[in-house]
Design a protein around this ligand. Structure first.
Ligand code: SAH
Length: 482
């Protein structure tokens, strides 16, 4: 982030605007809406500003500003048609540490004005830091469509009850939960549809009820975060990430996803780091219990799906023992993610009528894998945690009768911008993976369906980078490479 986002209180402050252009008039309107007193310095005024000057909504001086006038202002906009004037005004302002915005010149400015979605008192500001004003506008269009016009009313409505809620519900976490329920539920709907009196009565009742249910009650959400690409999470996961007081996460959950967790939530890393051992499973279980008993809403965020090789079952067994309420949210397991993003359908009428998921993890694998079962024809085998033993796996499969020419693939960091797909055969893949330096997390896919990758591969990094581009631009020339 190159700039600090902030909202400035300019009520009653003196704002100086150099220039009487149309562009200047738009900033003047913003300043007036925010309650500033505005003086415009310009030989000529555009019709709108001329009108404002005539009705004395703004002050007007028909000349350039002087250095001491700039220094005395609370903030300055430089929008003069003459670049030299703007440069000088900016220099004076900076010398006196007066915030200055030179329109169209972020370099010379100490602040820029974001694109604004006004649902006062709720205001959303968007900036790309000058990188792409068009993208900023596109995003604004989307948000404008998404945010009900009544949102401002809802914020104003909530503000009237803020102090009372604070007095009645002392615990911050409890209070946040209370407001989340009010602002996303039936009461909010009433405000949107203009039934304020009825909304008010419902909120009064909810406050009463909240007061009598003060004792905080913890719970645990066991949530699948999907294979790594934040776009592939569920709405439910996102909502719980916004509600949790504390989040336990591991190395399969990337930064892009953690950013979506509520900023106030405590984050506890319980995964494996290079050179360090993972928190033993029992300790994770006890930690969850301890936090929940202390009244916290605990989010256990897991890569992929919590019930696919994720020990989710073990974790909630402990919760059941302690009678702690919990919820399990499915996620897209990495096999499904990798299959779709590598263009390898796990089943296909011509090649595979079944698919088997197994773990290559040392502890589970040596004794447990059903090799005769895995070499049966017309099936796809997906191996989780198998990278380190790829050579051994290929050798065993061949020894048990699967053809050494069977197509096989490794998908590294599936669904993310760093995804890599290697294809070969049972005979060639191990050496290929070593030579390419494939690292965990990676999945192994074995079976005839792997041949489809050549034809169905659609994903590449350009796609991921296009996160908020419109569908048109994704399918346009620039969107697709290779
Ligand atoms: N619960 C998870 C699996 C946890 S086991 C799920 O449903 O996906 C960890 C293994 O999952 C890794 O060793 C790797 O084999 C696989 N894995 C997880 N994320 C992956 C990704 N983005 N790309 C490839 N493999 C991944």
């Amino acid at each position: 982030m190159d700039q600090l986002p902030a909202f400035m209180n300019v009520r009653g402050a003196n704002a100086l605007v150099a220039g009487g252009t149309d562009a200047a008039s738009r900033k003047v309107e913003l300043l007036l809406r925010a309650g500033a007193t505005v003086t415009v310095y310009a030989a000529q005024l555009c019709p709108l500003l001329a009108d404002m000057a005539k009705t004395r909504v703004i002050e007007h001086r028909a000349r350039h500003p002087e250095a001491d006038e700039v220094a005395a202002a609370a903030l300055v906009f430089a929008a003069d048609p003459e670049a030299a004037v703007n440069r000088e005004v900016a220099r004076w302002a900076r010398a006196s540490r007066v915030p200055v915005c030179v329109l169209g010149d972020p370099e010379a400015s100490s602040f820029v004005v974001p694109v604004v979605i006004d649902r006062s008192p709720m205001v959303i500001a968007i900036s790309s830091g000058g990188a792409s004003p068009v993208l900023t506008r596109l995003l604004r269009m989307r948000l404008e469509a998404l945010i009900p016009a009544g949102f401002g009313r809802l914020a104003a409505f909530a503000a009237q009850f803020r102090d009372r809620a604070r007095k009645r519900i002392a615990d911050y976490g409890q209070r946040r939960k209370f407001w989340e329920e009010v602002l996303s539920g039936a009461i909010a709907e009433k405000v949107f549809s203009g039934q304020e009196a009825s909304a008010r009565a419902a909120l009064e009742a909810a406050l009463e009820a909240a007061q009598s249910a003060q004792q905080a009650r913890g719970e645990v959400y066991l949530v699948g975060a999907g294979p790594g690409n934040p776009d592939l999470m569920t709405f439910r996961a996102l909502r719980l990430m916004q509600q949790a007081d504390v989040v336990l996460h591991d190395n399969l959950v990337g930064d892009g996803i953690l950013e979506l967790v509520h900023a106030d939530a405590e984050r506890i890393y319980v995964g494996k780091e290079r050179g360090h051992h993972a928190l033993p499973q029992e300790e994770i279980n006890t930690l969850m219990v301890r936090l929940a008993l202390a009244g916290k809403r605990v989010l256990r965020l897991k890569g992929g799906d919590p019930f696919m090789f994720g020990r989710g079952g073990e974790e909630i067994e402990t919760l059941v023992e302690y009678g702690i309420p919990f919820e399990v949210v499915p996620g897209i397991t990495s096999a499904a993610g990798a299959a779709c993003y590598a263009g390898i359908p796990l089943t296909h009428r011509d090649y595979a009528q079944s698919c088997t998921f197994v773990t290559g993890h040392k502890r589970d694998f040596t004794s447990d894998l059903d090799w005769p079962g895995l070499v049966r024809p017309n099936q796809t085998v997906v191996i989780y945690m198998g990278l380190a033993r790829l050579e051994e796996i290929a050798r065993e499969l061949i020894a048990h009768g699967r053809a050494s020419q069977t197509p096989a693939a490794v998908v590294e960091q599936a669904t993310t911008a760093r995804q890599r797909v290697l294809t070969g055969t049972l005979a060639t893949l191990p050496a290929l993976a070593t030579a390419s330096g494939i690292r965990s997390p990676a999945l192994i896919i074995i079976g005839e369906v792997v041949t489809l990758h050549g034809k169905l591969n659609w994903f590449n990094e350009a796609r991921v980078k296009d996160v908020i581009a419109s569908p048109q631009s994704v399918s346009g020339k620039a969107g697709i490479r290779g």
